[in-house]
Design a protein around this ligand. Structure first.
Ligand SMILES: Cc1ncc(COP(=O)(O)O)c(C=O)c1O
Length: 457
């Protein structure tokens, strides 16, 4: 039988208009935003692929549940539904709601880390690293070597280097390692997945040294789908069964519900450790709120309770991963240098290969992202020299795909825009930094185009 088109597993009931503009208008918008796409008003963007975080489309079930929010200060039935729903999928004893992922991280590391500690991970996300460093500990990335290469043909590029983990533990001793983390999927290496076998091996090392294992579970459902479709022995299991098996290999997790919670805000921290859970709740009440709401409205808890179940649904995941792959494949077929295979939530263009005439100090990723916006009103983000300064090993443009927001024709449009940008790539100029702030400069930096050598300055 000829395989049928994989369709969006929903029909559309409410629509949000998007905003058209001309290239001339976009030139003005971009100049006013100092050539930094973070500073553009969102209504000047046609297709927004800046992030996949918090801009998910909620379902009718989620919106209906929002109306059921029990906003009582304590004893809210919304918390009971939230906790039960999280426990069904993640399986951990304690569920502590937080306003988003980074709040869960701050509380986890605030209770578990001290100065001089080391927290190994397959790769830490920026906020995770920042929270670890805030407590004086070291955030250590141990990706497998394929995870550091752009086009490594490995089915689980997000894995941790387990022999290296063993060596680190032997070198510094387990007492300096209060926990090991696994980020699933591995967001800093392109949303690439982690295999069940890798989790099993990390678990075995942690058990041997009596070190707890925690997951950064933001994209747990996408990771489960990759295990189902790529790892021998998991073909017949449901993503939900796979997720539960994986979480059983750990001691707890942090979660941003803005990703695979299919919600617009929220997160949680989970653990099996009673003593730790009490300390975490003590910290929660200082800055977030009571342990049954953690800085969220009850209606947010209701949306997440439904969202995590919709995110682990097989038909949803088939569509989700196929649509990211669709964009990646079509860009590759048009001859563009994209990272392959695609990860779970985004497609990455190699800006150094796209614009070899722009050296990294002239921000090829940011320059390419600006040209993509000018050409078609598509907003992406730079991951490279603007974000990481001279420490950047690559300059990428990320097309992050919000969940259930755009359809196949939006992706076709993005491919058409990119084909035009590819044709004129030699005329694209680099950028110069004119203002930077101390922390996370890419959010607020001001830039300007570098004048052509041929044009008068
Ligand atoms: C892997 C990963 N961990 C943690 C976070 C932080 O979550 P939040 O933005 O909800 O604070 C993010 C956000 O993008 C992420 O991608």
């Amino acid at each position: 039988m000829i395989p049928r088109t994989i369709i969006e597993p929903f029909r559309i009931k409410t629509v949000e208009p998007i905003h058209w503009s001309t290239r001339e208008q976009r030139e003005e918008f971009l100049q006013a935003a100092y050539y930094n796409l973070f500073l553009l008003p969102a209504e000047d963007v046609l297709i927004d692929l800046l992030t996949d975080s918090g801009i998910n489309a909620m379902s009718t079930h989620q919106w209906a549940a929002v109306m059921m929010g029990d906003e009582s200060y304590t004893g809210s039935s919304s918390f009971d539904r939230f906790r039960d729903s999280v426990q069904e999928i993640f399986g951990y004893k304690h569920v502590i709601p937080t306003h988003q992922g980074r709040a869960a991280e701050r509380i986890l590391f605030g209770t578990m880390c001290k100065r001089g500690d080391i927290i190994p991970s397959n790769s830490h996300y920026d906020t995770t690293r920042a929270n670890i460093e805030f407590f004086g500990a070291e955030a250590m990335d141990l990706p497998i070597v394929e995870g550091t290469q752009l086009n490594a043909q490995h089915p689980f590029n997000g894995n941790m280097d387990v022999p290296l983990l063993e060596k680190i533990i032997e070198r510094v001793g387990p007492r300096r390692i209060p926990l090991v983390m696994l980020t699933i999927t591995n967001c800093p290496v392109g949303g690439q997945p982690v295999s069940m076998e890798n989790v099993r091996q990390v678990n075995a090392v942690c058990r041997r040294h009596n070190i707890p294992l925690y997951f950064d579970a933001c994209r747990f459902a996408e990771n489960a789908w990759f295990i189902k479709t790529r790892e021998p022995g998991y073909e017949q299991k449901t993503p939900r069964e796979i997720a539960l098996e994986l979480f059983r290999l750990g001691d707890g997790c942090t979660m941003s519900a803005k990703k695979d919670g299919l919600s617009n805000i929220g997160g949680f921290l989970s653990t099996n450790d009673d003593r730790l859970a009490q300390q975490e709740k003590d910290l929660l009440i200082l800055t977030e709120g009571y342990s049954t709401y953690g800085d969220l409205a009850a209606r947010d808890l209701e949306a997440i309770a439904i969202g995590i179940h919709e995110a682990i649904d097989e038909e949803y995941l088939r569509y989700r991963i196929s649509s990211v792959d669709y964009l990646c494949r079509h860009l590759a077929e048009a001859g563009l240098p994209v990272q392959q295979p695609a990860g779970g939530h985004a497609v990455y263009l190699d800006a150094r290969a796209f614009l070899p005439h722009i050296p990294p100090p002239q921000y090829p990723g940011a320059a390419l992202a600006c040209e993509i916006y000018l050409e078609g009103g598509v907003r992406t983000s730079e991951i490279g020299t603007l974000m990481f300064s001279s420490a950047a090993k690559v300059d990428l443009v990320r097309f992050a795909i919000p969940r259930r927001v755009y359809t196949q024709s939006h992706f076709d449009y993005v491919v058409e825009v990119l084909a035009e940008v590819w044709k004129k790539r030699e005329s694209i100029r680099g950028l110069r930094l004119t203002h930077e702030d101390v922390f996370m400069r890419h959010f607020t930096a001001h830039l300007e185009p570098i004048a052509d050598a041929a044009s008068p300055s």
